[in-house]
Design a protein around this ligand. Structure first.
Ligand SMILES: [Zn+2]
Length: 261
């Protein structure tokens, strides 16, 4: 086994969690799981039980919040795409809130979603068409988005390669991932191991994502740091400490906007 993010063999075992053994890549500072997460994990209950366990409310109850940050992300994407009616594919489209916001902002949006429940929901409520599998996609897009999706995928390198194939030249890949080398991991590792979602195949570092994207011929346009929770490692949570965590690039999540070269 190689590091799924940077392909290095230079790694060490960190600990054992519920779903398998967790390793730390010395080359790129990402962490990854040696385990097998089956598709059946993402059944209907994933959208309430799993989401609720992580965020304290159901995916559906979080709709307004999801729509707010969807609009923020779409505004960034629009800066890089100078085209009317750009075609967008949201991989891991869940219940379709992001696609619906994209539609409202003039994109032609489609989803890709493993959960049948979620695909049906997006179709019935928003008229959003969703693919079930990447191999079913036979068209090209100007924008492909992966919001907290990549970390669920066993071989991110070949996945990014396939995604790149579905992008037009100068197309934009936008993604968010948990930061496996953020403040939480670095300063309160014990609690990080307890809270780390057991289904994440890996949690990459910023460095790891840069390696992965550059290898697949993407040019990074913008990195945004999020997941600012200084209280997770025992520091008072205020604007100053949050900004410091952001400035030091120690946020527990981040977004990358990259262009296909
Ligand atoms: Zn690595």
């Amino acid at each position: 086994m190689n590091c799924p993010v940077c392909n290095s063999l230079n790694y060490k075992k960190l600990t054992t969690i519920k779903s398998g053994e967790l390793y730390f890549c010395i080359n790129c500072k990402s962490n990854f799981l040696y385990a097998n997460i089956s598709e059946s994990f993402y059944k209907e209950s994933y959208f309430d039980e799993t989401y609720e366990a992580a965020y304290g409310k159901s995916y559906l109850d979080d709709e307004q919040n999801i729509r707010n940050y969807s609009r923020r992300r779409l505004k960034i994407i629009k800066k890089f795409i100078h085209k009317e009616k750009a075609k967008l594919l949201d991989i891991g489209s869940a219940l379709g809130f992001f696609c619906d916001e994209a539609k409202n902002l003039g994109f032609i949006a489609k989803g890709l979603e493993i959960s049948e429940y979620a695909r049906t929901y997006a179709k019935n409520r928003f008229g959003i068409e969703c693919y079930k599998d990447l191999k079913d996609v036979q068209e090209k897009f100007d924008v492909i988005t992966l919001w907290f999706t990549l970390e669920h995928i066993e071989n991110p390198d070949s996945f990014i390669f396939s995604v790149s194939d579905l992008l037009n030249n100068n197309g934009i890949l936008a993604l968010s991932v948990p930061n496996g080398y953020g403040g939480f991991y670095r300063f309160n590792r014990k609690l990080y191991f307890q809270k780390r979602p057991i289904e994440h195949i890996f949690e990459p570092s910023i460095r790891g994502m840069k390696i992965l994207l550059k290898k697949n011929n993407f040019k990074i346009k913008k990195i945004e740091i999020f997941g600012l929770h200084p209280d997770r490692f025992g520091i008072v949570d205020n604007n100053f400490t949050r900004n410091l965590q952001k400035f030091l690039r120690l946020g527990d999540t981040f977004e990358i906007y990259a262009e296909k070269k």
